[in-house]
Design a binder for this molecule. Structure first.
Ligand code: NAG
Ligand code: NAG
Ligand code: NAG
Ligand code: NAG
Ligand code: NAG
Length: 361
């Protein structure tokens, strides 16, 4: 009898997993098969720096970024935690948002100056050794959107999402789905960083960034003294994808604040230092998610997107980067997701100072 129950249970789990995995769209962000030799080699290569910097049409400058000094390709790849997007949105009809085409948009926009009271927009974090980019991009954008909408400084918890969303979001430190993060905000909310701080605080400061850390456990209890888990939850009212059209992406950022984007990372991207990135050389290593905060046009006339990465300030342009805009470079215009913040648990506390929640990891 008990055996029968177990068999039935196993059968339904297998069926469920089958349904879910068959609904994943395996196109788009799928990394190449890398050889063992490749995976154990260094990600930073003098030859790549040389190739990019000697290319007059590159539009950007390369360097051996300290963040990945001595890191292997495998260690770098681990940070690229975007899994292929669920295809038929098994979690329930995710809408695609477009905007009124008559909206007049500026030629240049930077969310850090547009909402200068919101210091979270310009923060650069560090995901450490974990493939949690899908959670960082979402949590950081939502924190900014709370500040923009409710005029409050807040820092929401990546750890809550990473540890507690479970298989609906993916596999924690082994990667996840950006859209699922936004659905989690809507259905379960997310606590503050103060309540549930990021587990991997040290960033990548020690040699080799090993060992790789496993996904933290879901505890559902604030570490901070008198805060309650349920009261610390901040919710989204919606979760959506943004249309591929650059005008729609710009309008979304202009009206509601930063968005989360996913794109394909090639070897040369690890070497980005300044300028407007476009893929020049190297293999496809994996899918990555970050926060898009603005746009503009460079002195050379190149249209770009402005983004904040979470690889500390010792990578790229003080932690930021620009990438070519309008040509779906590395798939960046096809992977935009966001949601709007809810006033639930917020309006009541809007006067209490949330400043203490601005803690750097
Ligand atoms: C990658 O390797 C796996 C298993 O080793 C193989 O099944 C798959 O076809 C390979 N994919 C590509 C694109 O070579
Ligand atoms: C957030 O904190 C910064 C620095 O403490 C402060 O300058 C800013 O006014 C605060 N913004 C809001 C919306 O409270
Ligand atoms: C960035 O790296 C430095 C030195 O490696 C480290 O001390 C700092 O904590 C890191 N920053 C974050 C936000 O993790
Ligand atoms: C990288 O390795 C070299 C040689 O082993 C060592 O001197 C250096 O401190 C390492 N750098 C980092 C950031 O770990
Ligand atoms: C916030 O505080 C101000 C001044 O202390 C008060 O006038 C206002 O009603 C308060 N607002 C809320 C939502 O509690």
């Amino acid at each position: 009898m008990a055996n029968n129950h177990i068999m039935l249970y196993l059968a339904s789990v297998i069926l469920l997993v089958g349904i879910i995995s068959s609904s994943f769209n395996m196109q788009g962000i799928a990394a190449e098969n890398l050889s063992k030799q490749k995976l154990t080699s260094r990600i930073l290569q003098e030859e790549i720096v040389k190739e990019v910097n000697e290319n007059p049409n590159a539009g950007w400058k390369a360097a051996l970024n300290d963040r990945f000094a001595n890191a292997t390709v495998a260690e770098f790849k681990r940070l690229l935690g975007v899994k292929p997007t669920p295809k038929n949105e098994y979690l329930g009809g995710v809408p695609v948002v477009t905007h009124d085409t008559s909206l007049k948009l500026p030629k240049e926009f930077d969310a850090r100056t547009a909402w200068s009271q919101c210091t979270s927009i310009g923060r650069i974090l560090d995901q450490g050794h974990c493939g949690s980019c899908w959670a960082f991009g979402a949590v950081e954008s939502l924190s900014d959107r709370f500040c923009i909408k409710y005029n409050m400084n807040i820092s929401l918890s990546v750890n809550d999402l990473l540890a507690c969303c479970g298989f609906l979001c993916g596999q924690g430190c082994n990667g996840g789905h950006p859209i699922s993060a936004w659905l989690y905000f809507k259905h379960h909310g997310v606590v503050t960083e103060e309540c549930d701080p990021y587990f991997d605080k040290t960033g990548c400061s020690h040699p080799g960034c090993e060992p790789a850390w496993s996904t933290p456990k879901c505890v559902k209890k604030c570490v901070g003294g008198n805060q309650l888990w349920d009261e610390s939850k901040h919710y989204g009212v919606s979760a959506y994808r943004v249309s591929h059209d650059p005008q729609d992406i710009m309008a979304e950022v202009y009206k509601n604040g930063p968005v989360e984007v996913a794109f394909t990372v090639y070897e040369d991207f690890a070497h980005y230092k300044s300028g407007v990135y476009k893929h020049i050389t190297g293999s496809n290593i994996g899918g990555h998610a970050v926060k898009l905060i603005g746009w503009g046009t460079s002195d050379d006339g190149e249209d770009y997107w402005l983004l904040a990465n979470q690889w500390n300030r010792s990578w790229g342009d003080d932690g930021y980067f620009k990438i070519k805009r309008g040509t779906n470079e590395c798939g960046i215009e096809h992977g935009v997701v966001a949601g709007l913040p809810s006033d639930k648990n917020v309006v009541r506390g809007i006067n209490t100072s949330d400043d203490v929640l601005i803690s750097s990891f």
